[in-house]
Write a new protein. Structure first.
Lengths: 118, 415
């Protein structure tokens, strides 16, 4: 399993923290389970975006927020709009993705909603 | 039974449990079910009773005169007799609902007319939201005081606090018979007596109690007891409200329509007698017939065995969990609890624990267990916990496997 990889992102999150002057801030959560992710997006001059997050909850939701933001950071708006779960599967494996789908995709779903509001 | 020598489950008792286990078709594999507190597994006898109804006499009840309808009605009413016998009550006092939540809401609705501005309704911080929110809303609507009795750090109900809060204007005391998180069994007899001395109605949430301990409504002296049929080996979509006959006679149903009436005119209606008055519309006929069979299943094992065996099993569960470094267990010692234990592994989110255990074939529940105020009160990390809840088919071996898997969780999550 990719648990070690998940734990690394959980304990040493990339792209964690507020973005000052963010263009969009969006909070996402899985009702009932208490997982929360807040996505920050700031659009640069070159059409690429900076992405970061804050949040709390289970290991998978928080690690995947780190993985997602790290992956999305520096991409263009179009590229982010076209992201699907494939990159997550490559990072965390299909067992975790399948059995923890809501946790794993919370940040990605929130990011995609946020980017459409840009 | 490796870890704990204080465990003295008799070999014969385990053999009986293993025999009972064979009655559950869902337990054919290697999985370990430790979530009976959420819903119980269904024994063959119950599944068979539902199947017979759906296949052999699938008619509506209380309506027609042909043989299927009569048979369906007889079996449905027979389930009521079984439940009444289980609780030592009259059968007119047994109202079937779809779950425990509906049963409590019905009790709150029936009692609402007795509650006035300035009255007080008492619940405890141990409550499941199902025995919390209906009373909170009733208070808000009536301008009554919603008052919550505290627990101590161990999850024992604070009886001094209860007595302090039990003022003359208390109209209703709604208390759980066993907490679904910390397992605490409050001193119900004392609570009923104190509440009755103040003239208050008493509503008991028996969801986690009735599946494990005998209740005798006659000697208990409460006014309502609600529980889930589906946690008592019955089918999903079944629940029970036992209510004192004189109160049911004066009450109104939640729903109006078919079945609950004696006669309808263009300018009014007469209600049927209880319990029919409270079972508006076509009920969950197959489910209730299955519940009747579930009660027979419980009686065939006997509460004596269930209590005696599960008491040892929950002690073993509690002691085993306590023996794992980094595990925090919530609630009182096993002699004061029903058959469940909630815990956390320090440093691992409960959802991650339950998920990992699931991959190992061990089914436990994680989350706030519909008891958010209690988690907050006990400062439980993430306001969530992992809960292992037992039934009479579980064995010490199941618990050993849980503990082994928890060590694996600790290794995998590096805590
Ligand atoms: C103590 C307690 N009360 C009420 C309920 C609600 O039961 P149901 O889901 O049958 O409505 C439950 C179970 O979830 C419970 O454990």
């Amino acid at each position: 399993m990719f648990l070690d990889y998940i734990l690394d992102h959980y304990h040493n999150p990339r792209r964690r923290g507020k973005l000052e002057d963010a263009d969009v801030v969006l909070k996402g959560g899985n009702p009932g389970c208490g997982d929360v992710v807040i996505i920050y997006i700031r659009k640069g001059e070159d059409g690429r975006v900076e992405v970061s997050f804050e949040g709390e909850g289970c290991t998978v939701s928080q690690a995947c927020a780190s993985i997602t933001c790290d992956f999305a950071n520096g991409k263009t708006v179009e590229e982010i709009k076209n992201l699907d779960y494939k990159f997550l599967e490559e990072h965390i494996g299909d067992e975790i993705l399948k059995t923890r789908f809501k946790c794993a995709t919370l940040a990605l779903d929130t990011l995609k909603s946020a980017i459409s509001g840009l | 039974m490796r870890r704990n020598r204080s465990m003295d489950v008799l070999v014969e008792e385990i053999a009986i449990a293993n025999n009972i286990r064979k009655e559950f078709p869902s337990l054919r594999g290697d999985e370990i079910y430790l979530d009976s507190g959420a819903t119980s597994l269904k024994p063959r006898k119950v599944i068979e009773a539902v199947r017979r109804y759906e296949e052999e006499f699938p008619a509506n009840v209380h309506r027609s005169a042909y043989p299927w309808a009569e048979k369906a009605t007889d079996e449905y009413e027979n389930a009521r007799k079984n439940v009444a016998k289980l609780l030592n009550s009259k059968k007119e006092e047994i109202v079937f609902t779809k779950n425990c939540t509906e049963a409590i809401n019905l009790a709150a609705f029936i009692l609402s007319k007795y509650v006035n501005r300035g009255d007080r309704i008492i619940v405890s911080i141990l409550e499941h939201h199902a025995n919390f929110l209906p009373w909170m809303r009733l208070c808000n609507r009536k301008g009554a005081e919603f008052t919550v009795v505290d627990v101590d750090e161990e999850g024992f109900l604070d009886m001094d606090d209860f007595q302090r809060k039990l003022t003359k204007n208390t109209k209703i005391v709604a208390i759980t018979m066993a907490s679904n998180v910390v397992g605490t069994v409050p001193p119900i007899k004392d609570i009923v007596k104190l509440a009755k001395d103040k003239g208050a109605f008493v509503v008991l949430d028996g969801a986690q109690y009735v599946p494990h301990h005998r209740v005798n409504v006659g000697s208990l002296g409460a006014d309502f007891i609600a529980f889930s049929g589906h946690k008592l080996f019955g089918p999903s979509g079944t629940g029970v409200l036992w209510g004192r006959k004189d109160i049911l006679d004066e009450g109104e149903p939640l729903l109006l329509g078919g079945s609950m009436i004696k006669e309808v005119y263009i300018d009014g209606f007469e209600m049927a007698d209880p319990p029919t008055r409270y079972e508006t519309g076509t009920p969950n006929i197959g489910g209730i017939i299955g519940l009747g069979a579930a009660v027979e299943f419980v009686e065939s094992i006997g509460y004596d065995f269930i209590e005696r065996y599960e008491k040892k099993l929950v002690r073993y569960l509690y002691d085993s969990l306590k023996s794992v470094e980094g595990v925090e267990v919530y609630g009182p010692p096993p002699e004061h609890r029903t058959s469940l234990v909630a815990f956390n592994i320090r440093g691992v989110h409960p959802h991650d624990v339950a998920w990992y255990l699931g991959l190992e074939g061990i089914m436990v529940r994680s989350g706030g267990h519909c008891a958010h105020p209690l988690h907050r009160r006990l400062s439980i990390p993430f306001n969530q916990s992992v809960r292992a809840s037992l039934s009479v088919f579980n064995t010490p071996e199941d618990i050993d496997r849980l503990i082994d898997a928890l060590y694996k969780v600790k290794r995998s999550f590096k805590v």
